[in-house]
Design a protein around this ligand. Structure first.
Ligand code: UDX
Length: 460
């Protein structure tokens, strides 16, 4: 009898922070532990459950869905007056309704044995304990970034960081601007985010596991260091199985989508492009790019002379310069409001990904074997970008110039460097190697798979 076939009385409740970049990695982890035989329920906020597409239940078969409240059921984050108000509502309404959910699942004969909570919700560990469930914290960002936050939490760094930091266990030498942005910008309005990322370590001793969305081979130094004091386990990359080991039947979709992806337009456009000829450009679900920066990007992309597929969210579209409009093929490119990013990266037509280096996008590029031009914006992105260029050798960092902008000439230079420059072949080769390493990590017996199995065995 295989492990998957054994009867399990274990029941994991997954509680993500309610944004796409946090929900999807946790749903992918949920699918993996469900495939190993654990019963899994995912708790989404009512707003997310009612508004994302496809509806969550369709996005992840094999997982039950339930709702909790963030106190803003009709509008989610945009209904709150700002991030502090939102986080306060999320904690008070979230803790109350999570407790109610745990109570009702137990009353219905399906008691939860472990609550897997997003590390941005440290209060969930106490709720789990009060209901007799174990707790495991899920960190969506890279191991290196979390190691940096851990050093700050433990007092090895002082803010703001103004000089290069060398010799921090687990980390490369870091210039101040290579650390997560809150190390140099920690005053309002960023203070609340700094508190959020530091509080990931609050009450962590209540958790049996510190699950991290990365894989050991990618970040051995930072993982080994974190493991000396924390139950750190890499379980990623959390990308649908179809793009990795293919072990979960039918697992080709990610989870929830913030906006409806323009799949047919993207697919048709990519199908007309020769292999590795196109540039894909996206800045994730949150970053707001200034009109001046958008114009520099537009002109830089056009000057690079390669066909480009550029995601500009509808809320950002008014910043596009003349000649570049959403839905229109212009200046050698197609601009869409939202793309099926993984499909695009894995299509074979994309030779370069111009990215803000959010951790999900970075991991997706590694899984698809696509080299990057990094245009980091804030939070963990500058650190991800440093590792992409220096440690993993799969990209070029675009440097800021006048006015703190990445200028058009720099955009053009970086795209050319990745597509046809001297280093291009090496980047492509290493990208292919990381793609294979990611696949091995999640495949049966790989480093991430062993950690997933350890988790399942503990609570089954
Ligand atoms: C945020 C932070 O910015 C990021 O740094 C952190 O690591 C996680 O939370 P976000 O900015 O949205 O996330 O970036 P990222 O982590 O890259 O996630 C974006 C997700 O949206 C990716 O999974 C990507 O595939 C998806 N996406 C993006 C689409 O599906 N379509 C698009 O058109 C653009």
């Amino acid at each position: 009898m295989t492990m998957e076939e054994r009867e399990s009385s274990g029941h994991a409740l997954i509680v993500p922070y309610p944004t796409q970049g946090h929900i999807n990695p946790m749903l992918q982890f949920a699918k993996r532990i469900a495939a190993h035989g654990l019963r899994v329920t995912a708790a989404l906020t009512r707003f997310i459950a009612n508004t994302t597409s496809p509806p969550p239940a369709a996005a992840a078969s094999g997982i039950a869905f339930a709702t909790i409240s963030d106190g803003f059921d009709s509008g989610g984050f945009s209904e709150a007056s700002g991030i502090p108000t939102y986080l306060a509502g999320l904690e008070s309404a979230g803790a109350r309704t999570l407790g109610e959910l745990l109570g009702s699942l137990a009353a219905g004969g399906q008691p939860v044995t472990v609550v897997v909570y997003d590390s941005f919700l440290p209060w969930a560990a106490g709720v789990a304990q009060r209901h007799g469930a174990a707790a495991a914290s899920f960190f969506t960002q890279s191991v290196a970034v979390n190691a940096a936050y851990c050093h700050l939490w433990e007092g090895r760094l002082r803010l703001p960081v103004t000089a290069a930091v060398e010799g921090l266990p687990g980390l490369l030498r870091m210039e101040p601007e290579e650390l997560p942005s809150f190390f140099t910008e920690s005053a309002a309005p960023y203070a609340v985010y700094l508190e959020l990322v530091l509080n990931q370590f609050k009450d962590l001793e209540k958790a049996d596991f510190m699950l991290i969305n990365s894989f050991y081979e990618l970040e051995p130094m930072a993982t080994d260091w974190l493991k000396t004091t924390r139950p750190a386990r890499t379980i990623g990359p959390t990308v649908p199985s179809a793009y990795l080991d293919g072990r979960i039947p039918g697992d080709s979709t990610y989870g929830v989508q913030l906006l409806p992806p323009e799949t047919s337009a993207c697919t048709a456009w990519l199908a007309a492009r020769p292999p590795l000829s196109a540039v894909y450009v996206s800045f994730g679900s949150i970053a707001e790019i200034s009109a001046a920066q958008t114009a520099e990007l537009a002109h830089g992309l056009a000057a690079a002379g390669r066909p480009f597929l550029w995601v500009v969210r509808p809320s950002e579209a008014s910043k596009l310069p003349p000649g570049f409009a959403t839905g229109a093929a212009a200046a050698g490119g197609l601009v869409v409001g939202w793309a099926p990013q993984l499909e695009v990266l894995a299509s074979g037509a994309v030779g370069c990904f111009v990215t803000h280096c959010g951790w999900n996008s970075t991991a997706e590029a590694l899984v698809a074997g696509v080299p990057m031009v990094t245009v980091a914006q804030w939070t963990d992105q500058p650190t991800d970008a440093k590792y992409v260029e220096e440690e993993w050798g799969v990209g070029v960092r675009a440097r800021k110039g006048e006015g703190g902008l990445v200028g058009r000439a720099e955009v053009e230079r970086c795209v050319r460097e990745v597509m046809e420059g001297e280093r291009s072949e090496g980047m492509r080769r290493r990208a292919a190697e990381w793609k294979e390493a990611a696949r091995r990590a999640v495949a049966a017996g790989g480093s991430s798979d062993r950690n997933v199995v350890e988790f399942v065995e503990r609570y089954r």
